[in-house]
Design a protein around this ligand. Structure first.
Ligand code: FES
Length: 123
Protein backbone atom coordinates (compact mmCIF):
# COMPACT_ATOMS: atom_id res chain seq x y z
CA UNK A 1 0.00 0.00 0.00
CA UNK A 2 1.43 3.37 -1.02
CA UNK A 3 -0.02 6.49 0.59
CA UNK A 4 0.00 9.80 -1.28
CA UNK A 5 -0.11 13.01 0.82
CA UNK A 6 -2.96 15.26 -0.30
CA UNK A 7 -3.25 17.81 2.53
CA UNK A 8 -4.39 18.14 6.11
CA UNK A 9 -7.71 17.82 7.88
CA UNK A 10 -7.78 21.61 8.24
CA UNK A 11 -7.73 21.81 4.42
CA UNK A 12 -11.14 20.10 4.41
CA UNK A 13 -13.33 21.56 7.17
CA UNK A 14 -16.74 20.03 7.88
CA UNK A 15 -19.13 20.58 4.99
CA UNK A 16 -16.37 21.03 2.43
CA UNK A 17 -14.48 18.86 -0.03
CA UNK A 18 -11.20 18.80 -1.87
CA UNK A 19 -10.41 17.27 -5.24
CA UNK A 20 -7.00 15.63 -5.30
CA UNK A 21 -4.92 13.86 -7.92
CA UNK A 22 -3.55 10.47 -6.87
CA UNK A 23 -1.32 8.75 -9.37
CA UNK A 24 -3.32 10.21 -12.25
CA UNK A 25 -6.71 9.53 -10.62
CA UNK A 26 -8.92 12.42 -9.61
CA UNK A 27 -10.59 11.79 -6.24
CA UNK A 28 -13.02 13.92 -4.23
CA UNK A 29 -12.42 13.88 -0.46
CA UNK A 30 -15.42 15.07 1.57
CA UNK A 31 -15.77 16.02 5.22
CA UNK A 32 -19.34 15.22 6.28
CA UNK A 33 -19.81 16.46 9.85
CA UNK A 34 -16.28 15.49 10.81
CA UNK A 35 -16.19 12.12 9.05
CA UNK A 36 -14.19 11.75 5.85
CA UNK A 37 -15.29 10.02 2.66
CA UNK A 38 -13.70 9.76 -0.76
CA UNK A 39 -15.07 8.88 -4.18
CA UNK A 40 -13.62 8.84 -7.68
CA UNK A 41 -14.15 12.12 -9.48
CA UNK A 42 -15.64 10.32 -12.46
CA UNK A 43 -19.30 9.94 -13.27
CA UNK A 44 -20.16 6.41 -14.50
CA UNK A 45 -22.73 7.85 -16.94
CA UNK A 46 -20.60 9.74 -19.46
CA UNK A 47 -17.42 10.54 -17.57
CA UNK A 48 -18.01 14.02 -16.15
CA UNK A 49 -15.98 15.29 -13.20
CA UNK A 50 -18.60 14.16 -10.69
CA UNK A 51 -17.07 15.94 -7.67
CA UNK A 52 -17.35 19.31 -9.45
CA UNK A 53 -21.10 18.95 -8.87
CA UNK A 54 -23.00 20.59 -6.06
CA UNK A 55 -23.82 18.75 -2.87
CA UNK A 56 -27.35 18.63 -1.57
CA UNK A 57 -29.77 16.75 0.61
CA UNK A 58 -31.52 13.47 -0.16
CA UNK A 59 -35.09 14.32 -1.12
CA UNK A 60 -37.70 11.72 -0.21
CA UNK A 61 -41.46 11.72 -0.51
CA UNK A 62 -44.27 9.58 0.89
CA UNK A 63 -46.88 11.06 -1.44
CA UNK A 64 -47.22 13.81 -4.06
CA UNK A 65 -46.47 17.25 -2.66
CA UNK A 66 -44.95 15.93 0.56
CA UNK A 67 -41.13 16.22 0.44
CA UNK A 68 -38.53 15.52 3.08
CA UNK A 69 -34.94 16.76 2.97
CA UNK A 70 -32.58 14.38 4.73
CA UNK A 71 -28.81 13.92 5.00
CA UNK A 72 -27.98 17.50 3.97
CA UNK A 73 -24.70 17.73 2.04
CA UNK A 74 -24.29 13.95 1.64
CA UNK A 75 -25.43 13.76 -1.98
CA UNK A 76 -23.37 14.98 -4.95
CA UNK A 77 -25.12 15.88 -8.19
CA UNK A 78 -23.22 15.35 -11.45
CA UNK A 79 -22.78 18.69 -13.25
CA UNK A 80 -23.57 17.26 -16.70
CA UNK A 81 -26.91 15.41 -16.44
CA UNK A 82 -27.64 15.72 -12.71
CA UNK A 83 -27.46 12.07 -11.71
CA UNK A 84 -27.14 11.99 -7.91
CA UNK A 85 -24.70 9.88 -5.90
CA UNK A 86 -24.37 9.04 -2.22
CA UNK A 87 -20.97 10.40 -1.12
CA UNK A 88 -20.74 7.74 1.63
CA UNK A 89 -21.12 4.79 -0.76
CA UNK A 90 -20.45 6.09 -4.27
CA UNK A 91 -23.80 4.60 -5.33
CA UNK A 92 -26.32 6.34 -7.56
CA UNK A 93 -29.43 7.28 -5.60
CA UNK A 94 -32.07 5.87 -7.97
CA UNK A 95 -30.01 2.85 -9.08
CA UNK A 96 -27.49 1.77 -6.42
CA UNK A 97 -25.95 -0.82 -8.75
CA UNK A 98 -24.53 2.13 -10.70
CA UNK A 99 -21.70 3.67 -8.77
CA UNK A 100 -18.39 5.45 -8.81
CA UNK A 101 -15.46 4.01 -6.88
CA UNK A 102 -15.48 4.64 -3.15
CA UNK A 103 -12.22 4.80 -1.21
CA UNK A 104 -11.84 3.91 2.47
CA UNK A 105 -10.65 6.83 4.60
CA UNK A 106 -8.46 6.53 7.68
CA UNK A 107 -7.77 9.55 9.89
CA UNK A 108 -4.25 9.87 11.29
CA UNK A 109 -2.05 12.76 12.45
CA UNK A 110 -1.91 16.02 10.46
CA UNK A 111 -1.55 14.77 6.90
CA UNK A 112 -4.06 13.63 4.34
CA UNK A 113 -2.68 10.81 2.22
CA UNK A 114 -4.28 8.80 -0.55
CA UNK A 115 -3.58 5.26 -1.60
CA UNK A 116 -4.87 3.69 -4.80
CA UNK A 117 -7.14 1.52 -2.67
CA UNK A 118 -7.50 3.63 0.47
CA UNK A 119 -7.61 7.30 1.29
CA UNK A 120 -5.71 7.98 4.49
CA UNK A 121 -6.47 11.26 6.27
CA UNK A 122 -3.88 12.21 8.90
CA UNK A 123 -4.90 14.73 11.59
S1 FES B 1 -22.06 12.41 -17.08
FE1 FES B 1 -22.78 12.41 -15.04
S2 FES B 1 -24.92 12.31 -15.24
FE2 FES B 1 -24.20 12.26 -17.26
Amino acid sequence: MTAYPVGTVSDIPPGSSKIVDVNGRSIGVYNLNGSFYAIRNLCPHQGAALCDGITSALVTSDRPGDFHYEREGEIVRCPWHFWEFDIKTGCMIVDPKTRTKKYDVTVERYEVSVDEENVIVHV
